[in-house]
Design a protein around this ligand. Structure first.
Ligand code: SAM
Ligand code: SF4
Length: 334
């Protein structure tokens, strides 16, 4: 199927990847992501299943071939699996990949259904294998469920990639062990620098750990060689000779990756953010709730292409820096 009018921004970047947040709610409270007392949106503000579906079809019609469902925690939304099933029907018919990012606490219940609906890969966030550390970091004692979720995903046939946020003095010293564990279980792992999104308790400068430093530490222990693999995203990869696995680095702060950007993000309330690190925004919910939703959505996507910025503007590497943006990652979807 060819797109009616592909989405191309003012810098000639073709947008083929949608990250769609289906809820801002979450069953964990990772300290770098949200405060303990996070205020969640009233349900009527969040897009309905039908609205999410219609919107996703509008993106596919404009040439989006990959959709990642995220949140908040996507699997806490009750009708999530219905959305996955509905979008799964577009696989091979405009859509090439349907995937999700999850904390895996509820993945054990859903892994088989996801596979049957056409999902083949999932990204799972895991920052530590130490139960006490997990309970402190996520403010919930859920590591056993997460590990069960990972095992269930693998036995359902889903390829699993782990995402680990590198946090100074928190999981810093555990990173080599995490890499060994992931690779030993046949999973890729990608390290992410903490980004200044939304107010959290404490100063982010205390959490920030440049991946250049992590890489130097890893090189004391492992032989790393550049791997040309590109996922179409910001990660850069190396092969780890000792484990035989692949390790990714996402460095929004120490290395800029915006030139090849192919994506936009939509929040659970239907706000399209043209860039994770910017305020450029288009209200797709207004389009979807107006008299001619499909035409209005397509026009709104045209507007998004005109305002998508050249690059983000994060800054974190000085003490006391304010969050670059007031919104949390859980709002925009990671
Ligand atoms: N709840 C799901 C999960 O944790 O996988 C999906 C949403 S979560 C917001 C997506 C990703 O964003 C997770 O890998 C999380 O670690 C990451 N994340 C959240 N806040 C972040 C921040 N301030 N900087 C960097 N990564 C962050
Ligand atoms: Fe929830 Fe994911 Fe944020 Fe952790 S990172 S609080 S699991 S949304």
């Amino acid at each position: 199927m060819t797109a009616s009018r592909p989405l191309v921004d003012q810098f000639n970047r073709r947008i083929t990847y949608l990250r769609l947040s289906v809820t801002d709610r979450c069953d964990l409270r990772c300290t770098y992501c949200m405060p303990e007392r996070q205020t969640f949106l009233p349900r009527k503000e969040v897009l309905s299943l039908e609205e999410l579906h219609r919107m996703a079809l509008g993106f596919i019609d404009r040439g989006v071939t990959k959709i990642r469902l995220t949140g908040g925690e996507p699997l806490v939304r009750r009708d999530m699996i219905e959305l996955v099933r509905a979008l799964g029907r577009k696989l091979g018919n405009g859509l090439e990949e349907l995937t999700l990012t999850t904390n895996a606490t509820q993945l054990a219940q859903h892994a088989d259904d996801l596979y049957v609906a056409g999902v083949r890969r999932v990204n799972i966030s895991l920052d530590t294998l130490d139960r006490d550390q997990f309970a402190r970091l996520a403010r919930r004692d859920s590591l056993p469920q997460v590990l069960e979720g990972i095992a269930a995903a693998q036995s359902a046939g889903l390829a699993v990639k782990l995402n680990t946020v590198a946090l100074k003095d928190v999981n810093q010293h555990e990173i080599p062990a995490l890499v060994e564990w992931a690779h030993g279980q046949g999973m890729d792992l990608t390290l992410i620098e903490v980004m200044p999104l939304g107010e959290v308790e404490g100063d982010r400068f205390d959490q920030y750990l440049p991946l250049s430093e992590v890489r130097r530490e890893l090189e004391q222990r492992f032989t790393l060689s550049a791997n040309p693999h590109r996922s179409g995203g910001p990660a850069r990869y190396v092969d780890v000779a000792e484990t035989g696995g692949r390790l990714g680095f996402i460095t929004p702060l120490t290395g800029n990756f915006c030139d090849g950007c192919n994506r936009v993000r939509v929040t659970a309330t239907g706000q399209l953010f043209a860039c994770l690190g910017g305020m450029e925004q288009v209200d797709l919910r207004a389009a979807l709730r107006g008299p001619d939703p499909d035409a209005a959505l397509s026009q709104a996507l045209d507007l998004a292409m005109r305002i998508k910025p050249a690059r983000h503007n994060f800054e974190i590497d000085r003490p006391g820096a304010a969050p670059a943006l007031a919104r949390h990652m859980s709002a925009t979807g990671g």
